[in-house]
Design a protein around this ligand. Structure first.
Ligand code: F6P
Length: 312
C-alpha cells in the first residue's frame, strides 16, 4: 500500500483547488493512491477521509476555495483527538500526508509528527503571506489581484465624488497585502502594523494637495494596525477636510477565480511536496525563496515570526 492524503487547514485560499487537482494527478503518476481529508484536522479526527479520483477534480481548477473544505481545529490541539486521527490514518494505511495551511496548521502537524511519526510535507497557504522562510504562500497573488480590482473601482467613484477612501485589507498582524497593494495601486497613504505612524505627519502635505486641486485620496490600511479604519476616515474628514468613506474588503480577498500565477504555484508546490515524500523526506515544508523551491524543517518555519521586507 502506498497511500497519500491531503488536507486544507486554516483560512482557505484561491489556489487550493488547483493544488488538489494536481495532487490527484501527480500522486497517480507516482504510483501513489490519493486520499482527500475533508474539513482539515477535523476530518482526520472524524474519519472523513475518502479515496480521490480524476472524477473528483474535474473542473475545480477554476474555482476558489477548496472542494474538500478547511477548518481551524481546536480538538486537534488535544492529544486524545490526535490519537484518534492517527488511528483513522492507520485504518486506511495512509503513511504520507500533505497539509495546505498556515503556520498554526504546521504547529499542529509538528506535534502530530513527533507523537506518531507520520511523514508529512507542508505547503504554505495563506493570503497573509506571513510564514517564515518562504517568500510566497499560495493564494497571495489572487488576493492581491482582488484588492487591485477593488481599489481601481473605488478610485472611479472617489474621484467622481471628491472623497477620501480608507480601504482595509486582511493579513492579521502582517502588512504584506497592504504594502504591495499600496505600491501597485499608487495610493496616497499606507498604514501597516510593521511601521509606526503619526497621522499628523501627513496633514500639511494632504491639505496642500487638496488646495491645489486633488480630488480624492486612497488610503490602504492593514487590519492589524492599532486604529479602526473608521478612525482614519474621521481623521480625513476632520483634519484634512475631505468627506471620507471606509471599505473593508474582508473575505472577498479570500475567494475568486485563482490567478494564473496561483495555479502555476499550486502545481509546483504539489510537485515538490510529493517528490519530498516519495524520496523519503519525513518532515518538511516546501518554501519559495529567491526564485526557487527549497525544503525547510518545520522547526525553521514555525520557530520565528516572518519579518516583512519593508518597501515603503
Ligand atoms: O489568515 C487568513 C485570514 O483571512 C486573515 O487575513 C484574517 O484576519 C482571518 O483569516 C479571518 O479569519 P476568519 O475567516 O476566521 O474570519
Amino acid at each position: 500500500m502506498n497511500n497519500i492524503a491531503i488536507l486544507c487547514s486554516g483560512g482557505d485560499v484561491s489556489g487550493m483547488n488547483p493544488a488538489l487537482k494536481h495532487f490527484v494527478e501527480y500522486s497517480i503518476e507516482n504510483n501513489l493512491t490519493p486520499y482527500f481529508v475533508f474539513d482539515g484536522y477535523e476530518g482526520l479526527i472524524d474519519n472523513q477521509i475518502t479515496k480521490a479520483t480524476y472524477k473528483d477534480i474535474s473542473g475545480i481548477i477554476a474555482r476558489g476555495g477548496t472542494k474538500i473544505g478547511s477548518a481551524r481545529s481546536s480538538r486537534f490541539m488535544e492529544k486524545k483527538f490526535r490519537s484518534l486521527a492517527k488511528q483513522n490514518l492507520d485504518k486506511l494505511e495512509i503513511k504520507k500526508l500533505i497539509v495546505l495551511g498556515g503556520d498554526g496548521s504546521f504547529r499542529g502537524l509538528d506535534i502530530f509528527y513527533k507523537e506518531h511519526g507520520i511523514s508529512f510535507c507542508g505547503i504554505p497557504s495563506t493570503i497573509d503571506n506571513d510564514i517564515n522562510m518562504t517568500e510566497y504562500c499560495l493564494g497571495v497573488d489572487t488576493a492581491l489581484n482582488i484588492i487591485k480590482n477593488a481599489i481601481d473601482s473605488i478610485r472611479d467613484t472617489a474621484s467622481s465624488f471628491k472623497r477620501a477612501f480608507v480601504i482595509e485589507t486582511m493579513g492579521r498582524k502582517c502588512g504584506y497585502l497592504a504594502q504591495i497593494s499600496h505600491i501597485t495601486s499608487g495610493s496616497e497613504l499606507c498604514l501597516i502594523p510593521e511601521i509606526k505612524h503619526d497621522l499628523k505627519n501627513y496633514e500639511d502635505k494632504f491639505r496642500k494637495e487638496l488646495e491645489n486641486g486633488r480630488r480624492y485620496f486612497i488610503a490602504i490600511v492593514a487590519e492589524g494596525i492599532n486604529e479602526d479604519s473608521s478612525e482614519i476616515a474621521q481623521w480625513f474628514q476632520k483634519s484634512i477636510g475631505i468627506e471620507a468613506r471606509v471599505t473593508i474588503l474582508g473575505h472577498t480577498q479570500r475567494g475568486g477565480n485563482p490567478s494564473v500565477y496561483d495555479r502555476l504555484m499550486a502545481y509546483k508546490f504539489i510537485n515538490y511536496a510529493i517528490d519530498a515524500l516519495v524520496e523519503g523526506k519525513e518532515e518538511s515544508i516546501v518554501c519559495y525563496s529567491q526564485g526557487g523551491f527549497v525544503y525547510k524543517s518545520i522547526e525553521e518555519v514555525v520557530s520565528h515570526k516572518k519579518i516583512l521586507e519593508l518597501l515603503i
